[in-house]
Each structure stands twice: as C-alpha cells, then as structure tokens.
Design a protein around this ligand. Structure first.
Ligand SMILES: [Zn+2]
Ligand SMILES: [Zn+2]
Length: 319
C-alpha cells in the first residue's frame, strides 16, 4: 500500500498568511547567510538542510488521504479541500479520458471532510465511475445537499460520472474485501454526530486512519476491553488537534490532544504515529512546538517502539 497526504488541516482550510511567509523567508535568508551560501548550484542541498518549520509548510487543505493498493487502485479517505489537487493529478491519467474508477470512503459528513468534492474534477467527466463507501445510509443526500442551490452552481446528481453507493456494516468485526488481499474494517469514534476509523490491511501491513475523534484514558480502556482493532498497526494517522490544556477546555468537541495521541500510539504498539487534523488557528511554528512537546512526552513514557511524525501535505508512506 502507498499512503499519501493531500490535506492535513482540521475544521477549516487555513493557508499560510503573508506575515507567516515573511517570517519563514527571513529565517531561510538568515540561515543562508550563516551557511555562507554563495552558489546557485548549492540551493537544493541548502534547502534540504533546513528544519521542517521553515523548509516546508505543513499545509492548509482540509482532510484527504489516498491509499494506492498494491494492484494500483486508488482509495480516497474523505473529500476535504485536499482532494482538489489529487483530482488534478488523476485527470492526467484514466480519469482525464473518462475511463477512471475512483473509490471514496467517508469517515463522516462534517464540512471539512466533504467540501472539496465539488472541485474534484473526475466527477464531471462522463465515463468515470465513483464508488462511494460509507457507514451512513443517507450518504448520497449529504453529498447532494452541499451542492444544492444556492450553495453551488452545479448539482452533484447532475455531474456526469457514474456513482455507486456502498453502505458499510458498522460492526467492527465485519471485514470488507475491497479487492484481492485488500481488506477494510471500520470502528465508531467519539465525535459530534459520529465518525468512523478505517483500517486497511494488505500483504501483512496495516494502516489505520482515525481522524475526528476524542480519545481519553477512559475511552482507551473501554476500547481495549472490547477489541484489538487499533493494536500493532504499521501506520496510524490520528487526530491530534489540541494541546492537553485545550482538550480540558473543549470536552465533547470531538478531538484529541497530541499528548493523548502519543499515549494511544504507545499503548497500541503502533510502529508509526502520524499526528493530523491540525488546529486551523495554529501557525507552523506552533505546530512544530507542539510536535517537540509530543516527542518529549513520548520520551517521558520511555517510548522506544513508536516513531512519531507530524503530518504534512505531500508526505508519502510505502507499507
Ligand atoms: Zn474534521
Ligand atoms: Zn468532524
């Protein structure tokens, strides 16, 4: 499986602003002066040496993750604004010729997880097929509602691709075989109006996507007494929107602190934890600061098994 991140921001698209851009640029130039950069030939290696918070942006698009199966089929988790760029890339292949098949799986229908769909170009091309998977019986209605007048000039049902809706069984023990050797199952999460985690297994590797969820010590204990759904995954992408203080102030808002995300990953023996659904009010500097605190928290727990990363648009993981 290949997992690729197209949108990692929570709640609302949050592009970098001019003030933050200028701050990054200033620090890049300071670094160039310190490292005595003097030749254009050295620019790429200089840029590769920059720390993440100034060498990259974490990204402002809302949630979208693609899973490319070992046979090359594409499965998209959520249609936040990140799906726009994914659509542009797919249009360069079969989707641009009206011969594409795209599978989209929805965790829930909050706006930041569906709002990119009207800008996903493959839906407008006749001949393309959209397979829509969801645990919600009224998924079709939710996708249509956001494009109904006066919200958008084209109705979803008038777009020219074919749509097939697949209702997923909500039982975590139910495993769906999407294709040979690629299995998916789902697990209900604590979130206003609900949300589901997705687990993909192929060729002995496991990837779990658990966005928009409020984990607490009590909830983890309750899950562990019932199931090993989350245990031993190779990659867990997990909601880590808040600081611990914020999580105490925002009980029942449906998101997890980065501290609790680290607890979850270590408790479940996860190989790689990727913290996502970044708070829209947080600059890249704040995200990086929280990331360092998350690493310190993991050190305090004597973590030696779980690699902890901060989600950034464009990241690719091969499992
Ligand atoms: Zn969300
Ligand atoms: Zn949500």
């Amino acid at each position: 499986m290949q997992i690729r991140l197209w949108g990692v921001r929570g709640s609302l698209p949050s592009p970098i602003n001019n003030h933050e851009y200028r701050g990054k640029l200033k620090r890049v130039l300071q670094s160039a002066v310190e490292k005595k950069l003097s030749s254009a030939d050295d620019i790429d290696s200089f840029m590769d040496s920059l720390p993440d918070e100034i060498g990259h942006v974490f990204g402002g698009d809302t949630t979208c993750v693609s899973v490319r199966s070992n046979s090359g089929n594409i499965y998209i988790l959520d249609a936040g604004t990140g799906i726009r760029r994914l659509g542009d890339e797919l249009m360069e292949g079969d989707c641009g010729k009206g011969k594409g098949t795209v599978n989209i799986l929805f965790t829930h229908n909050h706006w930041d997880h569906i709002q990119g769909l009207p800008f996903f170009r493959p839906i407008y091309v006749p001949g393309n097929t959209l397979n829509i998977y969801s645990p919600y019986p009224d998924q079709k209605k939710h996708l249509e509602n956001q494009m109904n007048p006066p919200h958008f000039p084209a109705k979803f049902e008038d777009t020219l691709s074919a749509k097939n809706y697949h209702l997923l069984d909500r039982s975590p023990s139910k495993v769906v075989e999407l294709e040979d050797d690629l299995k998916v199952s789902i697990y209900p999460l604590k979130h206003p109006q609900g949300c589901y985690a997705y687990k993909f297994c192929q060729a002995g590797k496991t990837f779990i996507f658990a966005t928009d969820t409020e984990f607490t010590g009590e909830i983890i204990e309750n899950i562990d007494s019932k199931t090993d759904f989350f245990k031993n995954a190779d990659l867990l992408i997990l909601d880590s929107q808040y600081t611990l203080n914020e999580a105490f102030l925002k009980v029942d808002w449906g998101h997890t602190s980065y501290t609790m995300a680290v607890n979850c990953a270590i408790n479940w023996n996860i190989k790689t934890l990727l913290m996502t659904h970044h708070e829209p009010a947080y600059s890249d500097d704040i995200l990086q600061e929280n990331y360092k605190l998350a690493l310190s928290h993991a050190d305090m727990l004597n973590n030696s098994t779980t690699k902890i990363l901060l989600a950034r648009e464009g990241m690719i993981f091969d499992l």
